[in-house]
Design a protein around this ligand. Structure first.
Ligand code: COA
Length: 227
């Protein structure tokens, strides 16, 4: 199984070699493949104003290759929702120390829809819950396309809409707040057959982490992977 690494400002130096491929992959996937042309950059590296020192990245690494990732940004800082899409949130901006905004989840095309082990996207969704629980978060805000909602429903993510969907460039997009709680994490671990936490915290021994519930006895080993 690939490793999911927590990368933050305190240990970023250990992952410097991955950042150039990471930003190039984002350009390849979001600009070239998904045609989100507003993100196009002449140097072929998709970096935006939310890639600050405070951003937290989950890097899914297999045999030294980055095969998937996700970004989390504190909502006390500017976010996609507050700066670019404020009209999606009719309740006003989410600005809370215990809520991070998720964005830029991707899996490289050749590793999507895998069934030989936990799917990489499911691993990332499980890993970010683990990160949130470990660091005292209670939720994640997300601007997303509405096709995520049935996927969240299937994997047990509880997503609360913050406004109504808007059509943008042919996509139905909305803002949600997702609960970060032990029940969601343990259910996901059970679904994908994990009996222990998945995150690698290399170089982050100084981070104060909360203890997680014991999941070693809750797993129902099954070949069936959550879709
Ligand atoms: N529009 C609508 N549905 C989509 C979709 C899109 N752009 N991308 C994925 N899906 C849904 C579909 O239901 C798809 O089912 P299908 O096989 O019947 O088309 C299902 O997700 C499976 O997607 P797939 O890409 O095969 O694999 P995955 O589940 O392993 O990975 C993603 C899902 C989103 C991680 C992967 O598709 C990806 O990296 N996409 C590019 C990055 C991206 O768009 N991220 C989301 C916005 S930040």
């Amino acid at each position: 199984m690939p490793d999911i690494h927590v990368v933050r400002k305190d240990n970023r130096h250990l992952y410097e070699a991955y950042f150039d491929p990471y930003f190039r992959l984002r350009h390849e996937i979001y600009v070239k493949q998904r045609k989100w042309m507003a993100l196009e950059r002449p140097d072929g590296r998709e970096i935006d104003q939310f890639d600050t020192e405070e951003a937290v990245y989950l890097f899914c690494i297999d045999n030294n290759q980055l095969i998937g990732a996700m970004r989390a940004v504190p909502t006390l800082m500017p976010t996609l929702m507050s700066e670019l899409f404020p009209y999606l949130n009719i309740r006003g901006p989410v600005q809370r120390h215990d809520v991070y905004e998720l964005s830029r989840i991707f899996v490289i095309p050749e590793r999507r829809g895998e069934h030989a082990g936990p799917r990489i996207d499911m691993l990332l969704l499980t890993a970010i819950m683990e990160y949130g629980l470990s660091t005292g978060l209670t939720g994640f805000s997300i601007v997303l396309e509405s096709w995520w909602l049935p996927r969240f429903e299937r994997c047990g993510w509880k997503a609360h809409p913050l406004g109504v969907p808007h059509m943008m460039d042919g996509m139905s997009v909305l803002a949600v707040l997702v609960d970060c709680d032990e029940g969601t994490w343990t259910t996901l671990c059970s679904q994908i057959g994990l009996s222990r936490p998945v995150l690698t915290w290399r170089g982050l021994a100084g981070v104060n982490r909360r203890s997680l519930p014991d999941i070693s006895t809750r797993v129902q080993p099954t070949a069936q992977q959550a879709q």
